[in-house]
Design a protein around this ligand. Structure first.
Ligand SMILES: Cc1cc2nc3c(=O)[nH]c(=O)nc-3n(C[C@H](O)[C@H](O)[C@H](O)COP(=O)(O)O)c2cc1C
Length: 221
């Protein structure tokens, strides 16, 4: 089955294969009963691998990293596959198209992909609405946040603050993305002196948005 599906997907250009995968996962997640059944089957062989980290209960240690579901469209379908956590994004305050295509390349001999997507996403507002209407969530849902490409670096913190404002209350944790090589200058924000008080403001905003029943933790990547 795996070989057949792989062969079909490899007939398609990279991004078309991704779109087809996302469409299938959205479809899978439409029925909670089917998604739950699929998840139970996927986790059949697992013993109790659950753990508690930063106040969050992870049913198993395998989480999905950001980049696959950039717009929070297929969270239930992804949980149906058995993931212990799903991280969506990277999400920026305003929608943006990302880099021009081609921007995703198969490296078949290494069983790998090279990507320079550039944070293509539908923006914090649309993602927040989707997260608010999520009906089934058997593990933590994180949101990876970034800055818009056209926001100058010295105002980057404002972008992260906007994302915290809109997304902290509808997610379980946030990841501050300062590592993508595909947004010019982003990695300069890793410098501890960059934005100085800005990061403190971000921490403050984060504390405000979280409350005791929903203490969304934060990490950087
Ligand atoms: C097509 C593609 C898009 C990605 N987009 C993002 C992204 O938007 N934000 C992010 O933090 N990481 C992104 N990543 C990186 C992944 O989250 C992940 O860190 C990377 O694929 C390495 O995962 P691995 O160590 O499990 O192989 C992307 C990766 C790929 C292949």
């Amino acid at each position: 089955m795996y070989r057949l599906i792989r062969a079909i997907l490899f007939l398609l250009p990279e991004e078309a294969a991704h779109r087809l995968g996302m469409w299938t996962l959205r479809w899978l997640g439409r029925s909670i009963a089917i998604a739950n059944w699929t998840r139970r089957r996927a986790l059949d062989a697992q013993s109790d691998l659950g753990s508690q980290i930063a106040g969050l209960a992870f049913p198993n240690p395998v989480g999905l990293a950001a980049g696959l579901d950039k717009n929070a469209e297929a969270i239930s379908g992804l949980f149906a596959l058995g993931f212990g956590a799903v991280e969506v994004g990277t999400v920026t305050p305003r929608p943006q198209a990302g880099n021009p295509s081609p921007r995703l390349f198969r490296l078949s001999s290494h069983q790998a992909l090279i990507n320079r997507m550039g944070f293509n996403n539908c923006g914090a507002e649309e993602v927040a609405q989707r997260l608010a209407s999520l009906r089934w969530k058997p593990g933590p849902v994180g949101v990876n946040i970034g800055k818009n490409k056209d926001t100058p670096l010295e105002r980057a913190v404002d972008d992260y603050l906007q994302c915290v404002d809109r997304l902290a209350t509808v997610s379980d944790y946030l990841v501050i993305n300062v590592s993508s090589p595909n947004t010019p200058g982003l990695r300069e924000l890793q410098d501890p002196d960059a934005c100085k008080g800005g990061w403190r403001a971000l921490r403050g905003a984060f504390a405000r948005e979280g409350d005791e029943s929903h203490p969304a933790p934060v990490r950087t990547c």
